[in-house]
Design a protein around this ligand. Sequence first.
Ligand code: GLN
Length: 493
Amino acid sequence: MTKLTDLTVVQALNGLKNKEFSAVELVHAHIDGMQKAACLNAFITETPELALAQARVSDARRASGHAKALDGIPLAIKDLFCTRGIRTTSASKMLENFVPPYESTITQKLLDAGAVTLGKTNLDEFAMGSTTATSYFKPTINPWTEGDILGAKRKLIPGGSSGGSAAAVAARIALAALGTDTGGSIRQPASLTGTVGIKPTYGRCSRFGIVAFASSLDQAGPMTRNVEDAALMLKLMSGFDEKDSMSVDIPVPDYTQALGKGVKGLKIGIPSEYRIKGMNADVDAVWQKAADMLKAAGAEVMDITLPHTKYALPVYYIIAPAEASSNFAKYDGVRFGLRVNGESLNDMYDMTRSEGFGKEVQRRIMIGTYVLSAGYYDAYYLRAQQVRRLIRQDFINAFKKCDVILTPAAPSPAFAIEEKQKDPLQLYLEDVFTVTLNLAGLPGICLPVGLSSEKLPIGMQLIGKAFDEETLISAARSLEESANFTHKPLFTV
Ligand code: GLN
């Protein structure tokens, strides 16, 4: 029999239904895995007792004939989702001891569906980053790292900011996980760990109870080991929420119905602007391979143009910090989290914020405050919003010709932190293929398609029309079938 930790969510649900194992057994296997994988630092807070208690309740519910959609499935939750009674740190010293009195809408939906919480996963501080190395806690290690994890010469990062969730799913610690994506934080780590991640259309999943980074860009999404599980998770996470003012009140389709639809007759666009200078040759080759696979499966592959792509990174790195600087005003030592006392009120603010926030967060707050300040607001922020509209318009024009767009999700496979850390601009480049979607509010999925010459996973991104996650899922499922990516990380539990 397949190891319990190697099952997919759908397989595990079937096993539970057919009484091949109990939820307690399934959860035990994952708790053991979580202990074995401690070297990865995938979690900030582990909740094994809670998980077992939830599993026992789940078993009882199943025995009484009232099993729910996700009953007994152990999940890992990015530590940006507020969880009632469970510490929620955002990987920051600022919130090191913050225990929320309420639950985020999405985690509540999953709990209502019977899911089990293994713990809270590591991330870049306040979700700012692409490595999970800016966490106030230890950095997460990518399970694709070669050799003994602790002694490895070249410790790879799992991408970020949802790197803990990605590592947990890749290493088989959790059957699935929750991530958030403001500029690529679900798709880029999925690409670097050989997992599947969806960033839904803005407004599809409630942001209520997720620690805000950049409110007009933030979306939550599932991280899984295949497209089917992602479709199931997304269905359970989606839907209108009156507690999120940007939540959209339209019906949620059953995404799992889209899985078998295939790509016959579907038009797949390849944007020439994404073929960037100095692009990693392996990534380029896998991109070509993916296009060929979709063509062989019956899709029509065509060149398209997204002319304002080159402005996406600068626009993102104006808008995201601007919104963050405003969102972060609340961390003042009075209302939330850390307080460092000073001689005066201003002193207290200063000391709290200097000590509570790491370097990258401080950098973003400074950029954000600058671009919003009198005199620069028009020159930067307003201009960025205008260009954002042009980027969105590019996609609207492109989608008159094609149904789905195919691009890489990250410019390179996983790397060691030392290789890019010195220059923040190098790290901002990690987002080059992903931020455009957040700026345009569109859905995207990343799935593993090939390996690099160093035997590291390379994921491809499919971009869809707003609220057309279904077509995205059909196309992703078809590509997944053709790619048949069965490689596992070197470290699994
Ligand atoms: N890497 C991007 C950033 O640093 C995106 C982060 C995210 O999506 N949360 O802002």
